[in-house]
Design a protein around this ligand. Structure first.
Ligand SMILES: Cc1ncc(C[n+]2csc(CCOP(=O)(O)OP(=O)(O)O)c2C)c(N)n1
Length: 573
C-alpha cells in the first residue's frame, strides 16, 4: 500500500467518511485513493480556507474529527485562519499537506515549503497543537499516530506534511484504530466532587449551570438535561453551546454572554446565586460579559473542564478536571444526603425559573420579531427563519452584526445545532461550516446565516455546495455594508462611513450563476413563504438555495448588557 492510501484509510478507520480538499501537484498521489477507498467521499472546495472550515463544521456536527487536504505552501497557508479558529474553539481538525519532492528541497524550488524553504511547520505551529513532517515512509505511521492522538486528546487541530515522493512509497503498516477511552476518558474526579462540591451543593438553594461546548454530543446533552431535571437546576449556555440544553426546555435560560438572553443575564448576574457550576465552558471575555464580578457566586464556583490549564485563570474555583458528560452523569447518579437535599429544593428553583419567564420575554425587545418596516428588521428575519426552518435545523452563523441577531433571536433545540467561530470570529467561516455539517448530518436540515461582507470572503463555496448537492439554505443578511463596522464608522465621519459600503450586489443573481437557486426578499411579508419554500426546494432538489434578504443596517444590535459591561470594564481599567 502506498503512503497516501495508508493515511486516508487510517482516517476512515477512525470513523471519518468525508475529506475536504483543493488539489495540487504535490498532492497528486492522494487523488487515486480519494476515489477508490470504500466509504470515503471527497469534497473539492473553492479555497483551502473553505475546505478547513468544512472540516471544522464536519467535526462539530459529527463529534468525530474533520480532515482538510491541500498543497504545502500556499494551500496550507490558506487554511491558517480556519485552523486558528478551530484551535480557539477546541475543534478537532486534521490538516494534511503535500510537499515538494525531498530531492529538490532547499534549492529555491517552486513552492518549497519544506524546512529549507518557507517551512509549513513553522507557519502553522501557533495555530495547531502539533505539526510534523514525514521525511521517510517509515515515519508516516508514528507521525500520523502522534498528530491524531494530540488532536483527539487535546481537542485541537493538528497538521502532517508529507512530501510527494514519500506519498508514493510503499508502507507495510495497517492502522489500528485508537481506543476511544484514550481520548474520551470516562474517569471522574469523584473525590473532589464528594469533598469539595457536594456538601455546598446540598446545603444551598440557588444553584445555576453555565454549560459550554465541552458538553459534547447527544450523550453530554442528555446527561445535562437529566441532571437539570432531577435537581431542578436552571441552565444557561455559552454561545458556542447554544441549544445543548434545548432552548424551549422549561429549565433553559438561553445564552449567557455576548448577545445573550434576558433570562440568562438576570439569573447569572443575580448576587444571590450560591453555586455556579461551569461545565465544559471557557471563561472567555464574551462568555463572562467582560469577566463580570457579579458572575462569581456567593459560596462556590465549580469549573468542570477537560483542560486543566483553563481552570482558575480568571477566578479561583474548585477544579473538576475531566470529561463534562462523564462528570454530569456522576452528579446525576449521586445517591446520598447531599444529593437528596439538592433534589428537595428542586421545586423552589423550578418555581423561580417559571416566575422569571412569566415576568419577561427571553429577548430584550421581543416586539422586533414582528417589525414590519422596510428595509427588514434583522430580528424579524431571524424570527421568521426560525419559524420556517425545521426543528432539527443546524444553523451556521458568520461574523458581524448578524452574529448578534442570531445569538439573541434564534432558538436551538439540540447539541451541535448552532455552529459559529465563537472566539476568533473570522468572517467567511459559516458557509464552510454548513457544508461540512451537511456532510456529517445528512439527516438534518441546514441553514447558513451570513452577512454580505462575509459572502465576499468565502461565498464562492456556494459552488462547492452545488457540485456536491448540499441542500443548505443560505440566508444573506444583506445590509449593503460591513454593518458591524458601519456602527462605529458613522461616528467617525461620512468618509469613514463610505469605507464600509459594499452595496450593489445581486446575491440571488450570483447564486444562479453558480447553479444554485436564488431569491430576493425586500418585504417582511414575503419572508415566511420564501424561506419555507427555500427549505422545501433545497430538500427536494438536493441543492443550495440562497435567499438575499435586504435588511436595515441601522437597527441597534441586541447587546445592551454587553455594551454596559464593556463600558464598565473601560471605566475600571
Ligand atoms: C477575517 C476577518 N476580517 C475582518 C473582520 C472584522 N469584521 C468583523 S465584522 C465585520 C463586518 C462584517 O460584515 P457583514 O458580513 O456584511 O456582516 P454585518 O456586520 O453587516 O452583519 C468585519 C469587517 C473579521 N471579524 N474577520
Amino acid at each position: 500500500m502506498i503512503v497516501s492510501d495508508f493515511v486516508l484509510r487510517a482516517v476512515v478507520a477512525e470513523g471519518v467518511d468525508t475529506v475536504f480538499m483543493v488539489p495540487g501537484g504535490v498532492d497528486d498521489p492522494f487523488m487515486g485513493p480519494m476515489t477508490w477507498i470504500p466509504g470515503l467521499r471527497t469534497v473539492v472546495a473553492a479555497h483551502e480556507g473553505g475546505a478547513a472550515y468544512m472540516a471544522d463544521g464536519y467535526a462539530r456536527a459529527s463529534g468525530r474529527f474533520g480532515v482538510a487536504v491541500g498543497i504545502g505552501g500556499p494551500g496550507l497557508f490558506n487554511m491558517v485562519t480556519a485552523l486558528a479558529s478551530a484551535r480557539d474553539d477546541h475543534i478537532r481538525v486534521l490538516a494534511l499537506s503535500g510537499e515538494i519532492p525531498t530531492d529538490v528541497e532547499g534549492r529555491e524550488s517552486f513552492q518549497d515549503a519544506s524546512g529549507a524553504g518557507l517551512d509549513d511547520n513553522d507557519v502553522v505551529r501557533p495555530v495547531v497543537g502539533r505539526t510534523l513532517s514525514c521525511e521517510r515512509p517509515e515515519t508516516v505511521a508514528p507521525h500520523l499516530h502522534d498528530v491524531i492522538t494530540h488532536m483527539l486528546v487535546r481537542n485541537e487541530p493538528a497538521h502532517l506534511s508529507i512530501p510527494v515522493d514519500v506519498q508514493q512509497q510503499a508502507v507495510p503498516d495497517t492502522w489500528e484504530p485508537l481506543p476511544p477511552t484514550l481520548y474520551r476518558p470516562t474517569s471522574v474526579d469523584a473525590e473532589t466532587l464528594a469533598a469539595d462540591v457536594w456538601p455546598t451543593l446540598g446545603a444551598n438553594d440557588r444553584v445555576v449551570v453555565l454549560a459550554g461546548a465541552g458538553v459534547r454530543g447527544e450523550d453530554g446533552a442528555a446527561a445535562l438535561v437529566a441532571f437539570a431535571e432531577r435537581f431542578g437546576v436552571p441552565v444557561a449556555t455559552t454561545l458556542a453551546a447554544k441549544g445543548v440544553m434545548p432552548e424551549d426546555h422549561p429549565l433553559s435560560l438561553g445564552v449567557f454572554g455576548y448577545a445573550g438572553s434576558r433570562w440568562a443575564t438576570e439569573a447569572l448576574l443575580d448576587d444571590e446565586v450560591d453555586v455556579l457550576l461551569v461545565v465544559g465552558a471557557d471563561l472567555t471575555q464574551r462568555n463572562t460579559m467582560y469577566w463580570d464580578e457579579r458572575l462569581r457566586p456567593r459560596h462556590l464556583l465549580v469549573h468542570v473542564h477537560d483542560d486543566a490549564t483553563l481552570i482558575g485563570r480568571i477566578w479561583p474555583s474548585v477544579p473538576v478536571v475531566g470529561d463534562a458528560a462523564a462528570t454530569l452523569r456522576s452528579l446525576l447518579a449521586a445517591d446520598h444526603d447531599h444529593a437528596r437535599a439538592l433534589e428537595a429544593a428542586a421545586p423552589a428553583r423550578r418555581a423561580r425559573v417559571e416566575a422569571a419567564k412569566a415576568a419577561a420575554d427571553r429577548c430584550y425587545e421581543p416586539e422586533h420579531r414582528h417589525a414590519d418596516g422596510i428595509p427588514i428588521h434583522p430580528a424579524r428575519l431571524v424570527a421568521d427563519l426560525r419559524a420556517a426552518a425545521p426543528r432539527d435545523t443546524i444553523l451556521s452563523v458568520d461574523s458581524g452584526a448578524h452574529r448578534a441577531w442570531a445569538g439573541h433571536y434564534w432558538e436551538s433545540y439540540g447539541p451541535n445545532a448552532y455552529l459559529t467561530g465563537a472566539n476568533l470570529g473570522p468572517m467567511g467561516a459559516a458557509l464552510g461550516l454548513s457544508i461540512g455539517a451537511a456532510m456529517a448530518r445528512p439527516d438534518a436540515s441546514h441553514a447558513c446565516l451570513i452577512g454580505d461582507g462575509c459572502m465576499l470572503m468565502h461565498g464562492m463555496e456556494l459552488h462547492t455546495a452545488v457540485r456536491h448537492e448540499v441542500p443548505v439554505v443560505v440566508v444573506v443578511v444583506n445590509n449593503g455594508a460591513y454593518g458591524n463596522i458601519w456602527f462605529r464608522a458613522r461616528d467617525i465621519s461620512p468618509a469613514a462611513e463610505s469605507l464600509t459600503a459594499i452595496d450593489g450586489i445581486d446575491w440571488a443573481g450570483f447564486a444562479r450563476s453558480l447553479g444554485a437557486e436564488g431569491r430576493t426578499v425586500d418585504d417582511p411579508a414575503d419572508l415566511r413563504p420564501v424561506l419555507s419554500s427555500a427549505f422545501a426546494t433545497a430538500d427536494r432538489a438536493r441543492r443550495p438555495v440562497l435567499v438575499d434578504v435586504r435588511v436595515d443596517k441601522a437597527a441597534a444590535k441586541p447587546i445592551e448588557p454587553w455594551t454596559t459591561a464593556a463600558h464598565a470594564w473601560e471605566d475600571h481599567h
